[in-house]
Design a protein. Structure first.
Length: 247
C-alpha cells in the first residue's frame, strides 16, 4: 500500500510481544467521522502461522491497496504481530463491508479474515493505533540514533543519557524527581524555560547504550512517571562515543 507523509510506522508491544504499528495520522483532525461508524479489520497471514516473508508483506500491501480502492475508505492503520498483519478500516455501510469480505474470500495465497463492529467513537484509532507521547518517542529515538550512527558513534558503547523534562510548577517537578529517583534515575540540574507553559525543568541521567530498545526503555519509563505529574519529556541527548578506527 502506498504511503504518504501522514502515514507513520513505529515499533511497540502488544500483549507483551513486539509488534509493528502503522497509522494514518491524517485522520486525526476529523476523527471520529460520524459518516463512518463501523470499525472493520482485514487480517492476512500464512496458513501455518509462520512469519510473513518479504514477498508476503508485498502481497499484503497490495491487498490493502485493493481494500482501499474497493471501499473508498483509507486504512486507519495496521498491527503486525505473530505472523499476521491486520488492517483497520472505518466504513460507512454494509456494502463497503461486503466488498472487503469478497476481497478476502478471493485471496488464494494468504489466509484472510474480515470482521468488525460498530465503534462510533473510533476508540481503536485513538487508544490503540494513534501514538501517544511514549509511542511517538520511539520514532524520535530511532531518528536520533540514526543520525548519531551516521556521525560515527559507537552505538553499542554505554554512556550517560540526559533526559530533559519539564513541569508546570516547581512542586510538581520536585515530586517527580523523588519518583524518578526511586525508579533508578540520577537527578541532575534544574532547568528553566520561563517562556513555556511548562517552565520548571530537570535533567535525569541514566547509563545506556544507543540500542533502540534500551533507549526506548529509558525514555518511556521517564515519560510515564512524568505524566503522573503533568510533565513532558522535551528531548534527550548524550555524548558521542567515536567508533574505533581500524589500523
Amino acid at each position: 500500500m502506498a504511503k504518504d507523509d501522514t502515514w507513520l510506522e513505529y515499533d511497540w508491544r502488544l500483549d507483551g510481544a513486539p509488534a509493528l504499528f502503522g497509522v494514518e495520522l491524517g485522520l486525526y483532525r476529523t476523527a471520529p467521522d460520524a459518516s463512518a461508524p463501523y470499525l472493520c479489520y482485514f487480517c492476512c497471514g500464512r496458513d501455518d502461522g509462520s512469519p510473513l516473508t518479504q514477498a508476503d508483506l508485498r502481497r499484503v500491501g497490495m491487498l490493502a491497496s485493493k481494500a482501499v480502492k474497493a471501499t473508498g475508505r483509507p486504512a486507519a492503520g495496521f498491527i503486525q504481530k505473530d505472523g499476521m498483519r491486520q488492517y483497520y478500516f472505518y466504513l460507512c455501510d454494509r456494502e463497503q463491508y461486503s466488498r472487503l469480505k469478497e476481497l478476502a474470500q478471493g485471496e488464494k495465497r494468504l489466509t484472510c479474515r474480515v470482521g468488525g463492529k460498530r465503534e462510533e467513537d473510533w476508540a481503536t484509532y485513538f487508544k490503540l493505533l494513534y501514538p501517544d507521547a511514549a509511542k511517538y518517542q520511539t520514532v524520535r529515538n530511532r531518528e536520533t540514533i540514526r543520525k548519531m550512527n551516521e556521525c560515527g558513534d559507537a552505538i553499542s558503547a554505554p554512556r550517560r543519557l540526559n533526559l530533559h523534562l519539564f513541569f508546570r510548577t516547581e512542586l510538581l517537578r520536585i515530586q517527580f524527581e523523588e519518583a524518578a529517583r526511586q525508579a533508578g534515575y540520577a537527578i541532575g540540574d534544574t532547568e528553566d524555560r520561563s517562556e513555556s507553559e511548562l517552565p520548571h525543568g530537570v535533567a535525569l541521567h541514566r547509563i545506556s547504550t544507543l540500542n533502540a530498545n534500551e533507549v526506548d526503555t529509558v525514555t518511556i519509563r521517564a515519560i510515564r512517571i512524568a505524566e503522573r505529574f503533568g510533565g513532558r519529556l522535551a528531548y534527550w541527548d548524550c555524548a558521542i562515543v567515536p567508533r574505533p578506527t581500524s589500523r
